[in-house]
Design a protein around this ligand. Sequence first.
Ligand code: DX5
Ligand code: ZN
Length: 213
Amino acid sequence: MLVAPSILSADFGKLQSEIKAICDAGCDFVHVDVMDGHFVPNLTIGPVVVSAAVKVSSKPLDIHLMVQNNTFFTELFAPLKPKYLSFHIEEEKHPHRLIQKIKSFGISPAIVLNPHTPPKSIEYILEELDMVLLMSVNPGFGGQSFIPSTLKKIDILRKMIDDAGLKTLIEVDGGINDKNIHSLKSAGADIIVAGNYIFSSPSYKNAIDSLRI
Ligand code: DX5
Ligand code: ZN
């Protein structure tokens, strides 16, 4: 299991040292939650702050857009050269076009599904994706409780990916800790995002290790 700590739960007053700490603790990606105050009722950070903060990062970026204007934000964050850039299917009328744009920047495209959005909604676009991100909470805030029906969705998506002979990764985001990580693993998740669990732990390394099962 690959682990991507969400810096949403980090101490924003010392973002650089928090990012360095999770990289030193052995995370695989640095998950950055971009919220615009429209698609979700919260506002986070833009590319100026993110590019300054991640100068100390030794791990690739995993940028999760929770915004209304995906094309605008894609162009804004592309210069940061993340490994993954993910956008919500609920907010995109032309996902194929946006995926082409993300690929043109040399970035791996991913689509995010809110907890109520069925995997079938991306059936005809799955082969274009390097990753699918399943939200296991309603996006907008850290520290919420895991929604159990996500497990069934992971299972369905895993079958869709395997049946199509694809290598698309499944990432799960929200309410993940050392208690539910085993069920996520058996359902077929490849990468997990965890914010509150890691950043509220006295040892980032122990927390990350407990998720890497
Ligand atoms: C929620 C974000 C998540 C969140 C995860 O909108 O996309 O990345 O920060 O945080 P926890 O692990 O605290 O649920
Ligand atoms: Zn996220």
